[in-house]
Design a protein around this ligand. Structure first.
Ligand SMILES: NC(=O)c1ccc[n+]([C@@H]2O[C@H](COP(=O)([O-])OP(=O)(O)OC[C@H]3O[C@@H](n4cnc5c(N)ncnc54)[C@H](O)[C@@H]3O)[C@@H](O)[C@H]2O)c1
Length: 333
């Protein structure tokens, strides 16, 4: 039985990924700080679904704690490591940049040092579509230059890509950076638009619609996303190059992969899907663009499809319906 170490296992994506890996017969060791960036009760509720599984072990801890991950790697010798623990959120990073330095930069450094001492077969780290920053050429392709981040959150994530590349090169560590595109679905984050919109629409409160609704996001359904991550575990970089995608690094077993739906959706259509699923009409409070935000994201998923044989496809009408069903069941409407 193979062991996967999942950091951020009580988080939105980490929870879904851990469940999938357990279903697939992995042993999963999860680490999470359960911090209060958003309601920790949601993190505990997610973890409560995992802990009864005999092959799941949870550790409560902060990844940047010196030596914590090194000790865990030494004890568990994971075959695959999926690093999702991070301070996420574009807007929060404007007022709280220090939290991003600690969790994202120091946390990733601790992870890389642990992997250097006890190398797993494959190290996969969460990055974000936000690293494409001010790029306007669509869809975003992994080989595009991505050097103009618009938020400090994105800047820390881009930095983790550079840090991981150097360790991949120096120590021969196979590394895949996962650029996730706006993930939504059951158990989703309360700081993200799908949760905020659904809560407000059910309550009859106004929703704040930024850039007057002229926004596009490549919304990705969480079940599709974690399927992609799980399939990528066995697509270890360093073998036969995939087209020009593996030209990103001439010196290291290092790869960057977009995980998105490959189909941008207008924010207004996403809101309409929530209206349909709730049977309520949204009260729209149109607002200007928020600092740090980008007007559109769109993933080129050619590489993901080449590596895994599939890519996310769930349409927002289907995904939002499932999300709203969960929301009403979990929060009582
Ligand atoms: N959800 C998205 O749309 C999206 C998009 C792009 C990238 N990502 C990235 O994917 C990863 C997972 O995101 P998510 O949406 O599941 O977020 P999340 O906040 O729900 O999950 C992150 C988890 O990590 C934990 N954590 C945070 N800082 C920690 C620390 N220093 N030590 C230990 N645990 C810590 C949190 O308690 C949380 O449970 C993050 O790296 C995020 O930046 C997410």
């Amino acid at each position: 039985m193979r062991t996967a170490l999942v950091t951020g296992s009580a988080g939105f994506i980490g929870f879904h990924l851990s469940r999938l890996l357990l279903d697939q017969g992995w042993r999963v060791v999860g680490v999470d700080s359960h911090n209060d960036y958003y309601d920790p009760a949601l993190k505990s509720a997610r973890e409560a679904w995992l802990t009864p599984h005999p092959q799941f072990r949870a550790l409560r801890g902060t990844v940047e704690t010196p030596g914590l991950l090194a000790g865990l790697f030494a004890a568990e010798r994971p075959d695959a490591v999926i690093h999702l623990a991070a301070q996420a959120g574009v807007r929060h990073s404007i007022d709280n940049p220090g939290a991003y330095v600690r969790a994202n930069l120091l946390g990733t450094f601790e992870l890389l040092e642990a992997a250097r001492a006890h190398p797993p077969a494959h190290l996969l780290l969460a990055s974000t579509s936000s690293v494409y920053g001010a790029n306007t050429a669509m869809p975003y392709r992994e080989t595009d230059k991505a050097d103009t981040q618009m938020s400090f959150y994105a800047a820390t994530k881009k930095s983790t890509e550079a840090m991981a590349h150097s360790y991949a090169h120096l120590f021969g560590l196979p590394v895949t950076m996962l650029r996730f595109f706006t993930v939504y679905g059951p158990w989703g984050r309360p700081d993200m638009a799908p949760w905020l919109f659904t809560r407000a629409i059910l309550d009859g409160s106004p929703i704040r619609v930024f850039n007057h609704g002229a926004m596009q996001r490549d919304f990705t359904y969480v079940a599709d996303l974690v399927q992609g991550v799980a399939r990528l575990i066995d697509a270890v970089p360093g073998g036969v190059p995939v087209g020009d995608f593996d030209s990103l690094s001439p010196v290291a077993p290092f790869r960057v992969v977009n995980i998105g739906n490959g189909a941008p959706v207008q924010l207004t259509d996403f809101i309409a899907a929530i209206e349909t699923a709730t049977g309520r009409t949204a009260i729209r409070d149109l607002q200007p663009m928020q600092p740090g935000d980008v007007p559109a994201t769109w993933a080129d998923t050619t590489l993901l499809t080449a590596l895994t044989g599939q890519s996310p496809r769930t349409p927002v009408t289907t995904g939002v319906a499932a999300y709203v069903r969960w929301f009403v069941a979990h929060y009582g409407g």
